[in-house]
Design a protein around this ligand. Structure first.
Ligand code: SF4
Length: 183
Protein backbone atom coordinates (compact mmCIF):
# COMPACT_ATOMS: atom_id res chain seq x y z
CA UNK A 1 0.00 0.00 0.00
CA UNK A 2 1.33 3.44 -0.91
CA UNK A 3 1.01 6.54 1.24
CA UNK A 4 -2.28 8.43 0.85
CA UNK A 5 -1.91 11.47 -1.39
CA UNK A 6 -3.80 14.48 -0.22
CA UNK A 7 -4.39 17.83 -1.73
CA UNK A 8 -5.72 20.93 -0.10
CA UNK A 9 -9.29 21.80 -1.05
CA UNK A 10 -9.16 24.52 -3.73
CA UNK A 11 -11.24 27.68 -3.40
CA UNK A 12 -11.54 30.18 -6.23
CA UNK A 13 -11.45 33.69 -4.73
CA UNK A 14 -12.12 37.11 -6.21
CA UNK A 15 -8.57 38.37 -6.61
CA UNK A 16 -9.35 41.77 -5.10
CA UNK A 17 -10.20 40.01 -1.80
CA UNK A 18 -6.66 38.63 -1.75
CA UNK A 19 -5.22 42.13 -1.97
CA UNK A 20 -4.54 42.13 -5.70
CA UNK A 21 -4.97 45.62 -7.17
CA UNK A 22 -7.40 44.58 -9.90
CA UNK A 23 -10.48 46.68 -9.14
CA UNK A 24 -11.83 49.14 -11.67
CA UNK A 25 -10.24 51.98 -9.69
CA UNK A 26 -6.89 50.23 -9.31
CA UNK A 27 -7.57 49.32 -5.69
CA UNK A 28 -8.28 46.11 -3.84
CA UNK A 29 -10.60 44.81 -1.12
CA UNK A 30 -8.17 42.67 0.87
CA UNK A 31 -10.00 40.56 3.41
CA UNK A 32 -8.04 39.13 6.32
CA UNK A 33 -10.89 36.70 7.00
CA UNK A 34 -10.55 35.30 3.49
CA UNK A 35 -6.75 35.13 3.66
CA UNK A 36 -7.07 33.27 6.97
CA UNK A 37 -8.54 30.32 5.07
CA UNK A 38 -4.97 29.40 4.21
CA UNK A 39 -3.18 27.11 4.91
CA UNK A 40 -6.01 24.57 5.09
CA UNK A 41 -7.37 25.70 1.72
CA UNK A 42 -5.55 26.59 -1.47
CA UNK A 43 -6.81 29.99 -2.62
CA UNK A 44 -6.92 30.47 -6.39
CA UNK A 45 -7.24 34.15 -7.47
CA UNK A 46 -9.84 34.96 -10.11
CA UNK A 47 -10.63 38.34 -11.62
CA UNK A 48 -13.08 37.93 -14.48
CA UNK A 49 -13.05 41.58 -15.54
CA UNK A 50 -9.26 41.70 -15.80
CA UNK A 51 -9.09 38.27 -17.46
CA UNK A 52 -11.49 39.19 -20.26
CA UNK A 53 -9.21 42.07 -21.15
CA UNK A 54 -10.65 45.07 -19.36
CA UNK A 55 -7.79 47.20 -18.16
CA UNK A 56 -6.83 48.58 -14.77
CA UNK A 57 -8.16 51.14 -14.15
CA UNK A 58 -11.31 50.73 -16.23
CA UNK A 59 -14.76 52.31 -16.38
CA UNK A 60 -17.13 50.68 -13.87
CA UNK A 61 -19.69 48.12 -15.00
CA UNK A 62 -23.30 47.56 -13.98
CA UNK A 63 -25.69 44.63 -14.04
CA UNK A 64 -28.75 45.41 -16.16
CA UNK A 65 -32.18 43.79 -16.44
CA UNK A 66 -32.96 43.85 -20.18
CA UNK A 67 -35.36 42.26 -22.63
CA UNK A 68 -32.60 39.81 -23.54
CA UNK A 69 -31.91 38.86 -19.92
CA UNK A 70 -29.31 39.96 -17.39
CA UNK A 71 -26.47 41.84 -19.05
CA UNK A 72 -23.25 43.47 -17.84
CA UNK A 73 -22.58 46.80 -19.46
CA UNK A 74 -20.44 49.83 -18.89
CA UNK A 75 -22.33 52.15 -16.55
CA UNK A 76 -21.54 55.27 -18.52
CA UNK A 77 -21.92 53.76 -21.99
CA UNK A 78 -24.37 50.89 -22.19
CA UNK A 79 -23.33 50.12 -25.77
CA UNK A 80 -20.28 48.43 -24.24
CA UNK A 81 -21.59 44.99 -23.25
CA UNK A 82 -19.22 42.34 -21.84
CA UNK A 83 -21.86 39.74 -20.94
CA UNK A 84 -20.72 37.03 -23.34
CA UNK A 85 -17.04 37.37 -22.42
CA UNK A 86 -17.85 37.08 -18.71
CA UNK A 87 -20.15 34.12 -19.37
CA UNK A 88 -17.47 32.31 -21.35
CA UNK A 89 -14.87 32.84 -18.62
CA UNK A 90 -17.37 31.65 -16.00
CA UNK A 91 -18.00 28.45 -17.96
CA UNK A 92 -14.25 27.86 -18.35
CA UNK A 93 -13.70 28.45 -14.64
CA UNK A 94 -16.38 25.91 -13.74
CA UNK A 95 -14.27 23.26 -15.45
CA UNK A 96 -11.17 23.99 -13.35
CA UNK A 97 -12.38 21.54 -10.68
CA UNK A 98 -12.40 24.06 -7.86
CA UNK A 99 -14.11 22.93 -4.65
CA UNK A 100 -15.81 26.24 -3.90
CA UNK A 101 -15.79 30.00 -4.39
CA UNK A 102 -15.50 33.08 -2.20
CA UNK A 103 -16.62 35.96 -4.39
CA UNK A 104 -16.91 39.71 -3.88
CA UNK A 105 -20.26 40.88 -2.57
CA UNK A 106 -22.29 43.29 -4.77
CA UNK A 107 -19.96 43.07 -7.79
CA UNK A 108 -21.83 43.00 -11.13
CA UNK A 109 -19.40 40.29 -12.19
CA UNK A 110 -18.52 38.32 -9.05
CA UNK A 111 -21.34 38.67 -6.50
CA UNK A 112 -22.87 35.33 -5.48
CA UNK A 113 -26.31 36.92 -4.99
CA UNK A 114 -26.61 40.57 -4.09
CA UNK A 115 -25.48 42.81 -6.94
CA UNK A 116 -27.87 45.67 -7.72
CA UNK A 117 -29.87 44.97 -10.87
CA UNK A 118 -30.42 48.18 -12.84
CA UNK A 119 -32.87 49.35 -15.46
CA UNK A 120 -31.92 51.40 -18.51
CA UNK A 121 -32.05 54.59 -16.42
CA UNK A 122 -29.62 53.18 -13.89
CA UNK A 123 -32.31 52.74 -11.22
CA UNK A 124 -32.10 49.67 -8.98
CA UNK A 125 -34.98 47.31 -9.76
CA UNK A 126 -33.80 44.26 -7.83
CA UNK A 127 -30.76 42.18 -6.95
CA UNK A 128 -29.03 39.29 -8.64
CA UNK A 129 -25.87 37.25 -8.68
CA UNK A 130 -23.17 38.76 -10.88
CA UNK A 131 -22.74 37.43 -14.39
CA UNK A 132 -19.52 35.46 -13.68
CA UNK A 133 -21.13 33.75 -10.67
CA UNK A 134 -24.25 32.99 -12.71
CA UNK A 135 -22.15 31.44 -15.46
CA UNK A 136 -20.30 29.19 -13.01
CA UNK A 137 -23.65 27.96 -11.70
CA UNK A 138 -24.88 27.31 -15.23
CA UNK A 139 -22.15 24.68 -15.52
CA UNK A 140 -21.87 23.62 -11.89
CA UNK A 141 -25.10 24.25 -10.01
CA UNK A 142 -23.87 22.55 -6.82
CA UNK A 143 -20.65 24.56 -6.41
CA UNK A 144 -20.36 25.94 -2.85
CA UNK A 145 -20.29 29.72 -3.23
CA UNK A 146 -20.30 32.53 -0.68
CA UNK A 147 -19.42 36.21 -0.49
CA UNK A 148 -16.75 37.59 1.84
CA UNK A 149 -19.52 39.36 3.74
CA UNK A 150 -21.56 36.19 4.26
CA UNK A 151 -18.34 34.47 5.37
CA UNK A 152 -18.37 36.73 8.44
CA UNK A 153 -21.37 34.80 9.76
CA UNK A 154 -19.90 31.88 11.70
CA UNK A 155 -22.71 29.46 10.90
CA UNK A 156 -22.61 30.27 7.18
CA UNK A 157 -18.82 30.07 7.20
CA UNK A 158 -18.77 26.62 8.78
CA UNK A 159 -21.47 25.32 6.41
CA UNK A 160 -19.56 26.63 3.40
CA UNK A 161 -16.20 25.23 4.49
CA UNK A 162 -17.74 21.85 5.29
CA UNK A 163 -19.30 21.73 1.81
CA UNK A 164 -15.88 22.57 0.28
CA UNK A 165 -14.17 19.82 2.30
CA UNK A 166 -16.82 17.28 1.30
CA UNK A 167 -16.45 18.15 -2.34
CA UNK A 168 -12.66 17.90 -2.22
CA UNK A 169 -12.95 14.54 -0.48
CA UNK A 170 -15.40 13.28 -3.09
CA UNK A 171 -13.02 14.27 -5.88
CA UNK A 172 -10.18 12.47 -4.14
CA UNK A 173 -12.29 9.33 -3.88
CA UNK A 174 -12.97 9.48 -7.61
CA UNK A 175 -9.27 10.02 -8.36
CA UNK A 176 -8.45 7.05 -6.15
CA UNK A 177 -10.86 4.81 -8.07
CA UNK A 178 -9.45 5.93 -11.41
CA UNK A 179 -5.92 5.23 -10.23
CA UNK A 180 -6.72 1.75 -9.03
CA UNK A 181 -8.13 2.42 -5.61
CA UNK A 182 -4.90 2.61 -3.63
CA UNK A 183 -3.63 6.12 -3.74
S1 SF4 B 1 -15.01 42.00 -7.77
FE1 SF4 B 1 -14.37 40.43 -9.25
S2 SF4 B 1 -14.21 41.49 -11.21
FE2 SF4 B 1 -14.24 43.06 -9.60
S3 SF4 B 1 -12.08 43.44 -9.14
FE3 SF4 B 1 -12.78 41.91 -7.70
S4 SF4 B 1 -12.23 39.97 -8.70
FE4 SF4 B 1 -12.15 41.53 -10.30
Amino acid sequence: MTATKTRRPRIGVSACLLGETVRYDGGHKRSEAVLALEPEFELIPLCPEFTIGLGIPRPPLGLFATETGTRVRRLEDMRVDVTEDLREFGHMTAWKELDGYVLKARSPSCAPEDAPLLDADGETVGHSAGLFALAIREEDAEAPMISEEALADEEARQAFLEAVRRRAGRDRSLASLLQGGDD
